[in-house]
Structure formats: C-alpha cells, structure tokens
Design a protein around this ligand. Structure first.
Ligand code: KIV
Length: 271
C-alpha cells in the first residue's frame, strides 16, 4: 500500500502515524539531484543521504573516508530536488564520535547548510549523550543498530550481526535507549529477522530494516543496489529491481558505435 497521496509532506510524525496504522515505510538512498527528483516523484517516503556515498559515489572500500563537507554537498543536491519526502542525512565517521558538542555542531551544519530534515548516526549506548544533545537542539535523529558500517574495522566482517545472545540483548537495550532519548526511527541492518521483529514490536517508533527481514515497519536499500548499477555486491537480502548496469552499458555501446559510424547526429538532429 502506498502512502496516501493526500499527505503533501512526509514528516517524522507521518512516519510515526504510518507505523501506528500498519502502513510500511519505503526508504531509499539518494546522493544527487536527478535521482532524488525521480524517487520523490515516484512517492518514496524517505530519502537517506547515506554515507554509502563513500562507496557508490566515490569508490572507497568503506564508508569511513567521506567527510562532513562532502555529505553536505550530496545532501544539498538531494534537498533541492524533493517536494514531498523526508530527507535524512548520515553524520559521517569522525563527525560525532569525539563528544556530544562535536556531534551537535556537525548535525547543525547538515541542517543549516544542506537544508536536511533529520540526521542519522550509528550506535546505541556509546553515542546516547550525543543523541540527546542533538535532539534537545531540535534536530530529529534516526538511530542505526546491528551492522554499523562505520565500525567495520572493529567487526572485521560484513557478516550478519547479533546472532548470539549477548549482542542481541545489547541491541534490544540500545533500541529502547534510542527511543527513550527521542529518536524518531531506527535502522536495523543485517540482523536475524526474528530479532528485528521483536525490536519492532517492543518500540513505538518505526524500525526500518535492511537485511532485517519482513517483520519491521519499513525497508531501505542503497539505490545503486536496488537499480542494479552495482554488480559485485550480492547479499541475500538484496532484491534488484532493474539491471541498470547492462542497460547503461548497452546504450553507451550503441552511442559509441553511432558516433563512429557517423549515424549520430542525423539530419533531424542538427541546425
Ligand atoms: O549509508 C547508508 O546507505 C545506510 C543504509 C545502508 C541504511 O546507512
């Protein structure tokens, strides 16, 4: 079921209502004006300017290298494109872990310079002071638990998280803590579906899953994965809705051949 068209603007409150009404929330990543315009026109609920920009836009191996300035550039481009959806922007690695004042300054820069509607950060108890401080300044915060890619060097692997009792218990406690601190939603990444469902039922704020099964309140995918622009990344949770890599490659090959063969431009395509 699509989010009702009479909702002119998606806010954090809309998301709460969608959860209460049992309507699933759709979320995708976006990093530029043109794609954000298409997703917004299609009726997406939330666009996440993810720090996955570090991987899919800049070609880094991890999300760690992207800077706050670079995130603001991507976020401002997305905000300029949209009319209806909620735009959430990742605080990049190194912009909030130092202390809560640094976290607040980074969040304010994203809100002021990009015109974003909310920020997302990774972690639970470790970052709770920052979460509280950012929210008390009036900035909505989305949490992110489970596989948190900014901690990849601590985890050592992109495997499913919280399969053991200790980590699962901490994750459930962290979700409650983030809700109590005032987060408006939480992303759960790559954890068992059963655990994600338990968390979703234990809180009143929306839980958005990526590789977290179908018992949560919404789903998010990285746009390059959903559209089949990336090819090597093939986790079990990913459904590709297009094979854009091949389609773009074929179109480019045809363009090259038309240029070489003097087929383009034709008489109708010149002045
Ligand atoms: O950066 C990102 O794209 C994300 C999603 C995977 C949730 O955080």
């Amino acid at each position: 079921m699509a989010t009702p068209k009479e909702i002119k603007r998606i806010t954090t409150h809309t998301l709460q209502n969608l959860k209460a009404e049992g309507v699933r929330i759709s979320m995708l990543t976006a990093y530029d004006f043109s794609m954000a315009r298409i997703f917004d026109d299609a009726g997406i609920d939330v666009l996440l300017v993810g720090d996955s920009a570090s991987n899919v836009m800049a070609g880094h191996e991890t999300t760690l290298p992207i800077t706050l300035d670079q995130m603001i550039y991507h976020a401002a481009s997305v905000v300029r494109a949209i009319k209806r959806c909620l735009v959430v922007v990742d605080l990049p690695f190194g912009s909030y872990q130092g202390n809560s004042k640094e976290a607040l300054v980074s969040a304010i820069r994203i809100m002021k310079e990009a015109g974003a509607h909310a920020i997302k950060l990774e972690g639970g108890a470790e970052v709770i002071e920052s979460v509280r401080r950012i929210i008390s300044a009036g900035v909505p915060v989305m949490g992110h638990l489970g596989l948190t890619p900014q901690s990849i060097y601590k985890f050592g692997t992109y495997a499913v998280r919280a399969t053991g009792e200790v980590e699962a218990l901490k994750l459930k406690e962290d979700a409650l803590l983030l809700q109590e601190a005032g987060c408006f939603a939480i992303v759960l990444e790559k954890i068992p579906a059963q655990l994600a469902g338990e968390v979703a039922r234990s809180v009143t704020i929306p839980i958005i899953g990526i590789g977290a099964g179908n018992q949560v309140d919404g789903q998010v995918l990285v746009m390059h994965d959903m559209l089949g622009i990336t090819r090597q990344f093939q986790p079990r949770f990913l459904r590709r809705y297009l094979n854009l890599y091949d389609k773009i490659k074929q179109a480019t090959e045809k363009y090259i051949s038309d240029v070489k063969e003097r087929e383009f431009p034709s008489d109708h395509e010149q002045y």
